[in-house]
Write a protein that binds this ligand. Sequence first.
Ligand code: HEM
Length: 452
Amino acid sequence: MSMWNTVQFFRDPLGTLQRQVAAQGRLSEMEITLSRSGVKGTLLAIGPEYNQQILSDTKVFYAITTSPPPNTAAQRLTQGVVYLNGEHHKQQRRLIMPAFHKKEVDGYAQDMIAVTQRLMDHWRPGQRVNMIDEMTSLTMGIVIKTLFGLDLDKEGYALGDLLEEWLALSSSIAGSIIPRSLPGSPARRLIAVSERIEVTVRELLAQKRTRLDDSRDVVSMLMKTHDEDGTQMSDAEVMANANLLYLAGHETSANALTWALFLLAQHPDVMANVLDELEGELHGSPPTLEQVGKLKLLDGVISETLRLFPPVSFITKTVAEPVTVGGHDLPEGATVMVSHFLTHRLPELYPQPDRFMPERWFSLDPAPYEYIPFSAGPRRCIGATFATLEMKIVLAMLLQRYRFSVIPNAGIQASFFFLLRARQVPMLIQTQDRQFRREAIRGNIVSLIDLA
Ligand code: HEM
């Protein structure tokens, strides 16, 4: 039963969670098994109180680790901060944080603008696109440039393609079923790609080491930063974290940007007000850092998008020592799940929770565990400031130049594959002419948002 429920869960995670809460309330045992510890079942715990207990106590609630083939390049590349626990996690986090302080992130704004400009110049009015592909290529360009400092046309996209191949193979379900011993198996291909990434990044690190003082990209920062006692990251740690930052840093933003464009297209009044704000402040130009701070409605659009469609919609943690959650005694090895998506739909926190109302953020000030698109506590997203600036710059530029509409009757199916996403978000790009119009749409998206 547990196996069948687990399969069903992955086919429709958000629907399953919604039904579970409707039937059993906010704290309940689900018959799904997500960890390999041998302890069956998962405790679903929804709401700020449980978010706080589970997300703040990193001694008891551990990140679930991956299990790539041991002693291979594939394993070495999955040693980045998100997979670590305890002191090791804290130490690596300390070494990464400086690269994402506001001052550093502000320095990446020009790269964000340049990569966005490039995409806008490439589009043609009247073009139909799958918006998720466009946004993925945009955010991939931005992280390649800001993380690695690479020229996109020279080596940048080549490394991006390798990392994409790695991502596809490491998350392949076939990879966990087909034995590694078989020639051409996904596990073997994953090892081969990981080895190529190691060689490429190792060469890159050697080049960077010769001019570290003048470089400001994230990887150079990781190579320069040291702890109070002088400890620095080893090359292997830099590689693993660069790989992780690439993965954590572009699909999340790509999904958030796609949902923002979709929601704006389907809310013509909000879209018109956002454009008034942008044109009034920016007059067609990209925003300066000072102007970014003044775009209050755009800020509300981003907060509201991340509330309704948080790219990380739920997360599981493994219990490292016996603990009680809401009266449930959990043994070591048990799994608990919190949900960003369901927390953000609680009506006592967000009245009319299924509606897109960016103006609510003019007066709303949720507590840290009530609003968790970037999580909260000791594992809060390191890239939150980066992602927020990136989304503001990208939207401010795109919306002033182009009008986006959903293709009439498009089927939009939100699914969950590590992130809340839709494989197809078909949209039409027109010159900005303010002819905003909501279109009829199909797919499960209509049950996730109230378009009334
Ligand atoms: C809209 C965009 C983004 C969203 C919604 C998002 C969301 C999250 C969430 C929910 C977590 C916590 C996961 C957990 O509980 O284990 C997280 C962790 C993390 N994120 Fe993000 N993220 C975004 C963008 C970025 C970017 C741009 C970067 C860096 C370039 C980044 C780097 C990280 C890292 C390194 C962690 C691990 C922190 C730790 O384990 O201590 N993220 N992110």
